[in-house]
Design a protein around this ligand. Structure first.
Ligand code: ZN
Length: 170
């Protein structure tokens, strides 16, 4: 009669030991040998279940993907491109890319490429402007001069934006 409680106590320690060292076996022992309240057993089991989920669930998640891919810049007003400056001879309209050598190069045109003039116009405005005009804001769009002209804009009188004459190179 005196040995029963002691044996049960030792079994309790054994259960706790295995719960710590190897909890599946500890849980098995607990349900099998302990006369704890079912709510206690359920709580202990739930705790270990939650722990297991917390440890193993992140391993099943795909790794977070870093930024990358293609960014569509067409909808953005002015995209600043950082890098070394091109030589002045390779400015807007430069057509010499891919030319191997002067002698063997195909000649597309003897006429020098015209400089493209850019002007700035607001969506709801009537005029186009030079870049330093007071009407040019961060949301103002940039157009090549002929494009601004054919979009119905007129040269601003205050900043002296150039007038476009159809037929000119721009
Ligand atoms: Zn202006």
């Amino acid at each position: 009669m005196q040995r029963a409680p002691r044996r049960r106590k030792r079994a309790t320690w054994k259960t706790v030991f295995f719960l710590v060292v190897c909890f599946p076996y500890g849980l098995f022992l607990m349900w099998r040998t302990q006369r704890w309240h079912p709510a206690v057993k359920g709580l202990v089991t739930a705790c270990f279940a939650a722990l297991t989920v917390a440890v193993f669930l992140p391993m099943t998640m795909p790794p977070t993907r870093g930024g990358g891919g293609v960014r569509m810049v067409g909808a953005e007003k002015n995209v600043a491109v950082y890098g070394p400056e091109l030589p002045a001879s390779m400015g807007d309209g430069y057509a010499g890319y891919g030319v191997v050598s002067g002698a063997a190069a195909p000649v597309f045109s003897d006429a020098p490429e015209a400089e493209v003039t850019y002007v700035y116009a607001n969506d709801n405005g009537k005029y186009y402007h030079l870049s330093d005009c007071k009407y040019v804001a961060s949301y103002t769009r940039k157009y090549a001069l002929p494009v601004a002209y054919y979009n119905g804009y007129q040269p601003c009188l205050e900043c002296g934006a150039p007038t476009y004459v159809p037929g000119d190179a721009g």
